[in-house]
Design a protein around this ligand. Structure first.
Ligand code: NAD
Length: 505
């Protein structure tokens, strides 16, 4: 018996539901039901005829009956009529055995699309209906903004969601999937169309990742060019960005070109910044290849580069179209980079998801499971606070202590190790403030040691404190630190007396 979930595409008229559903059904070799066509076939009348002869209420009843019938079947690709899932019961029914995805478009886009197609019975008063239906559609978890995107590209998102991708909702009313799994790069190479990468693509990577994965990927994509930059944080700057712009112009990249960022956080941030600014913004797909970039930098839309005066001083918010995480690339990751990524995973565990602190989840064969849980922590935070005005600060647990270590040692201590020490200091501070007990502090220390991460450093406390107080997170000279209120619960404390902080340094 077929037990696969139905894939249900809904949304306002003119958002491309039927076209995208057709592509998805073809790609998955699944039966397609276009509800409006089905109702026409069964009744023997066109939709305008049904509206004229029997009225809208009769049509809605036919729709309701069809929803109830289809919702009980499996393995279908369904394009609903524009109003079918405005009804709460219909939405509920479809969600029981299906993944419901709402396609969105801007008003201007819908106006243009409806002008091309006059036979829709409700097209005349569409603006009033658009407003009336907005609330019902907004309640659907998976939203995809269709404006300016090709049906094939949209179908790639739907295919990813149907496969169980995680999903991040973005402030523009859309969102993007994060696909996590083994063998993803080989699958993209074998079928670039399903991954939405058959069009013009510029793969931006570095000299380390290019021979490992970049060259093969660019060769496998039908319209891809490769841009290789130098490896390392010292090259995450405007000179490298300028060099990438030059290459893009030379290669003929235009507004339809997708930037594919293949590498760690340095490449993701820098190529993302290029995508945010080249021709006022072009599509971005992130393929993170370090543990840190998988669980942290590729999700949430922060992109940017360093200035000589400080890290990440130039930047933008640029949401990717898609994040594709192939767990296999972790096999070539140097041990140090794995440990540094684990520092961020543990941080996610401490602030929101204690399951991540369980050593059995750190085994290579559990990579997908670990990543799904760690990435979900970041998703939950950036959905609430996309522009970093509030709760996103919790992701900085240990970072103010850590950045100061990096600065004071002239970056001799790697970021992840500095964050681990910082997390330990934050735990000690939380205990001193009476939020957590000695037992939990001991547990955190043991976890960090098990991974091979340090929990302290011989650094002059006065120098350390001075470096912390220049952190950009400290506002107008007032300390601002993330502490633990318990396991899986973080909070920001401001204006702590200097002695309290010095006591843990
Ligand atoms: N945008 C954000 O929200 C955000 C969040 C956290 C960190 N960051 C940024 O991320 C950067 C750090 O990222 P990172 O830790 O990934 O460092 P990185 O990008 O420098 O990668 C670390 C090293 O691993 C190599 N590498 C990458 N993938 C590999 C693979 N699969 N096999 C072998 N080697 C591989 C890289 O070439 C590099 O030498 C910093 O610039 C930081 O500011 C950004």
């Amino acid at each position: 018996m077929n037990t696969e979930k139905n894939i249900v595409l809904t949304g306002f008229m003119g958002t491309g539901k039927s076209t995208v559903a057709e592509i998805v059904a073809r790609q998955l070799n699944r039966p397609l039901v276009d509800m409006d066509l089905e109702i026409e076939a069964r009744s023997g009348f066109s939709i305008p005829q049904i509206f004229r002869r029997q009225g809208e209420a009769a049509f809605r009843e036919m729709e309701r009956q069809l929803v109830h019938e289809l919702a009980l079947r499996h393995g279908l690709v369904i394009a609903t009529g524009g109003g079918a899932l405005v009804d709460g019961d219909n939405r509920e029914m479809m969600s029981q055995h299906g993944i419901v995805i709402c396609l969105n478009a801007s008003k201007a886009d819908i106006r243009g699309r409806l002008a091309e197609n006059q036979h829709r019975p409700l097209a005349a008063d569409w603006e009033a209906r658009f407003e009336a239906r907005r609330g019902a559609y907004a309640g659907i978890r998976h939203q995809i903004m269709t404006t300016g995107r090709s049906p094939m590209d949209l179908a790639a998102d739907v295919l990813a969601l149907a496969e169980g991708a995680l999903y991040v909702r973005t402030p523009d009313g859309g969102g993007y999937p994060i696909l996590i799994g083994s063998g993803l790069l080989s699958r993209i190479a074998a079928d670039p169309e399903s991954a939405g990468l058959a069009g013009q693509v510029v793969v931006v990577t570095n000299e380390t990742v290019a021979p490992l994965y970049g060259e093969a990927l660019a060769a496998a994509l039908p319209n891809a060019k490769l841009i290789i930059v130098r490896d390392g944080e010292p090259h995450k700057n405007l000179d490298t960005v300028r060099a990438i712009y030059d290459d893009m112009v030379r290669l003929g990249a235009d507004r339809r070109t997708t930037v594919l960022a293949l590498g760690g956080g340095v490449i993701g941030d820098m190529a993302g910044y290029v995508a945010a600014t080249y021709m006022r913004g072009i599509p971005l797909v992130q393929i993170p290849t370090t543990l840190l970039s998988m669980v942290d930098s590729s999700v949430g839309g922060k992109v940017g580069v360093d200035l000589p005066q400080g890290k990440n001083l130039i930047g933008a918010f640029k949401q990717p179209r898609r994040v594709l995480i192939d767990t296999d690339v972790l096999t070539t990751l140097p041990e140090l980079q794995w440990r540094c990524g684990m520092a961020e995973v543990i941080k996610h565990g401490l602030i929101a998801q204690p399951a991540l602190l369980e050593p059995s989840l750190w085994q290579p064969e559990e990579a997908s499971c670990l990543l799904r849980q760690a990435v979900q922590v970041k998703i939950d935070i950036v959905e609430i606070d996309p522009y970093e005005n509030g709760i996103r600060a919790h992701l900085n647990l240990g970072h103010t202590f850590g950045h100061a270590i990096e600065k004071s040692t002239n970056y001799a201590v790697p970021h992840g190790e500095a964050v681990a020490i910082g997390a330990m200091k934050a735990a000690l501070l939380s205990r001193n403030l009476g939020f957590i007990d000695d037992n939990l502090v001991g547990q955190i220390q043991k976890i960090l040691w098990q991974i091979g991460l340090p929990t302290d450093i011989a650094l002059d406390p006065y120098r350390w404190y001075a470096a912390m107080s220049t952190d950009k997170k400290w506002q107008s000279g007032t300390s601002r630190l993330v502490v633990l209120k318990g396991l899986g619960e973080a909070a920001v404390v401001e204006g702590l007396p200097r002695e309290d902080i010095m006591a843990v340094l």
